[in-house]
Design a protein around this ligand. Structure first.
Ligand SMILES: [Zn+2]
Length: 315
């Protein structure tokens, strides 16, 4: 059963759609053709780190400021996932990045839910839900609070939980202790990007906050005791191998820690992160694991089982 627990909406848009939306909305893009746009929406080979990787999201966000656009792109992502044969996906995005056109946080979320509901009606083989991302940043605290309010309001009605995304090396996980205290108080499920651009200490804070799932989490491999803790506490890692290569978390295809973590008994799952930015699909990620790490079909099935067990969907 193909499951993606970690796919970002704004990193998985169709370039053609972004081109069309820009024309419709009269948004001037810093590119002169659809082909050039497609190139700009993909990470370049010279990308050095997560901060540079995140620049690939600037253009897509220009056209995600209107409700019709949000609805359309969520619908299309459901369509793409269903056509790739996925049974289940958790689609994440940060509603606070779509407020520039005058939408309220709730309006952004409602538009996304409408798009998803249309997608699920058109493709009944797919089950999906939304994760609302908080953003790491200098001035994001009030927006994160508002995101939590929206998550509470729409929890169980399309929204499955929350996440913390953004520049982990610049804004450490530790800063978000109070926020996740409130998330726990509200009874909302959550995952946290941790152990990607920062090391084991970031993972430890996420665990202290009560996370049972971690976005990436792979740098836990640097700390022997932490690996044992992940196994013991049955923490699920949402690993995205191709994206990790792009952000230089892994220097080359042979130096990704996924094999080590899996063999040690960590509940490792495989995900895409950003299908457009990292030009990948779940199928390509499986292929990568087979090619470079000799994962067998039954080992991949084991990871899919871990993913199913860690899904935020109740049913
Ligand atoms: Zn991510």
């Amino acid at each position: 059963m193909k499951i993606d627990l970690h796919v970002h909406l704004d990193g998985s848009l169709r370039p053609k759609t972004v081109w069309e939306l820009a024309a419709e909305q009269g948004v001037r893009l810093p590119v002169s053709s659809e082909e050039e746009l497609a190139r700009c929406m993909r990470v370049s080979e010279s990308c050095n780190n997560l901060t540079e990787y995140l620049q690939c999201f600037d253009i897509p966000l220009l056209v995600l400021q209107k409700p019709e656009a949000m609805e359309r792109v969520v619908y299309e992502l459901c369509e793409d996932l269903a056509e790739q044969g996925l049974a289940y996906a958790e689609i994440r995005f940060a509603p606070q990045l779509s407020l520039r056109g005058g939408m309220s946080m709730d309006e952004v979320v409602e538009a996304a839910i409408r798009g998803m509901n249309r997608g699920l009606a058109a493709y009944p083989s797919l089950c999906a839900g939304l994760l609302l991302c908080f953003m790491r940043g200098k001035d994001t605290d009030p927006f994160n609070e508002a995101t939590l309010k929206s998550a509470v309001k729409y929890f169980g009605r399309g929204v499955l939980g929350v996440d913390l995304a953004g520049a982990e090396a610049l804004f450490p996980t530790e800063r978000y202790r109070d926020l996740f205290y409130k998330v726990r108080e509200a009874g909302i499920k959550f995952t946290i990007h941790a152990g990607e651009a920062a090391g084991p200490e970031s993972v430890k804070y996420a665990l202290e906050f009560g996370a049972v799932r971690l976005g990436h989490g792979v740098r836990a491999v640097e700390d022997e005791a932490l690996i044992e803790r992940l196994v013991h506490e049955k923490i699920t890692l949402e690993v995205c191998p191709t994206s990790n290569l792009h952000t230089k978390l892994a220097k080359d295809p042979y130096s990704h820690p996924i094999r080590t973590l899996f063999d040690r008994g960590v509940r490792v799952t495989v995900n895409t992160d950003n299908m457009t930015v990292s030009h990948t699909t779940l199928e390509k990620e499986y292929h990568f694991l087979k090619q470079y790490y000799n994962f067998t079909d039954s080992e991949i099935a084991k990871m899919q089982e871990y993913a199913r067990e860690a899904a935020f969907f109740e049913d």
